[in-house]
Ligand binder design. Structure first.
Ligand code: IMP
Length: 182
């Protein structure tokens, strides 16, 4: 929990997120149309709201699985070493896989996770991130689909936290400290 007081300024409205998800799902549907073996993999915990909206918009036969990788801990700085805290329940060999992430920031997390899953020989492996901060990238990684590119701001809401708070906001907001710059 941050000791510094902050406010949250809305950056992307719930309505804009819903409209973008609808458009993304049309593209995802075209990519996976005809498959009967799609596994949608949510990265815990930040993607839990996004994946819930995404799968309900996808008119395809799917299974849902989850994987948890270490990331920020309770702070605002990314840890470069990615560890798997909770692995998938099911095998993905020969399956079509869509990995769902909340934000691509330095790129370490999704880069590591997609390499790991690729080593398990899925038939097809694609990734989607709701948000992308390209200016923060440290490894060359781009998700196959991105909801919104955003500037280098610390954001919360729609599943995304700051020190485990604010995941339940229906919109994406940026954290603004009120006692000076972050
Ligand atoms: P990366 O490995 O640096 O790409 O970091 C990805 C993870 O860092 C995301 O899944 C988030 O959990 C976390 N993260 C990155 N940016 C933010 C942010 O602005 N707010 C909250 N969490 C963030």
């Amino acid at each position: 929990m941050s000791a510094r007081p902050y406010v949250i300024d809305e950056m992307i409205s719930a309505k804009a997120i819903a409209a973008r998800i609808e458009a993304l799902c049309r593209e995802i549907h075209d990519e996976f149309d005809g498959t009967d073996k799609l596994v949608v993999v949510g990265l815990l915990r930040g993607s839990f709201v996004f994946i819930a909206d995404l799968v309900r918009e996808l008119d395809l036969p799917i299974e849902v699985d989850f994987l948890e990788a270490s990331s920020y801990g309770d702070g605002m700085e990314s840890s470069r070493e990615v560890r798997i805290l909770k692995d998938l329940r099911g095998a993905i060999e020969g399956r079509d896989v869509l990995v769902v992430e909340d934000i691509v920031d330095t790129g370490h997390t999704l880069n590591h996770v997609t390499r790991l899953l690729a080593s398990r020989n899925p038939a097809r492996l694609k990734s989607i991130a709701l948000l992308d901060k390209p200016s923060r990238r440290e490894v060359d990684f781009k998700a196959d689909w991105t909801g919104f590119e955003i500037p280098d701001e610390f954001v919360v809401g729609y599943g995304i936290d700051f020190a485990q708070r604010n995941r339940n906001l229906p919109f994406i907001g940026k954290v603004r400290f009120i006692d000076g710059p972050a």
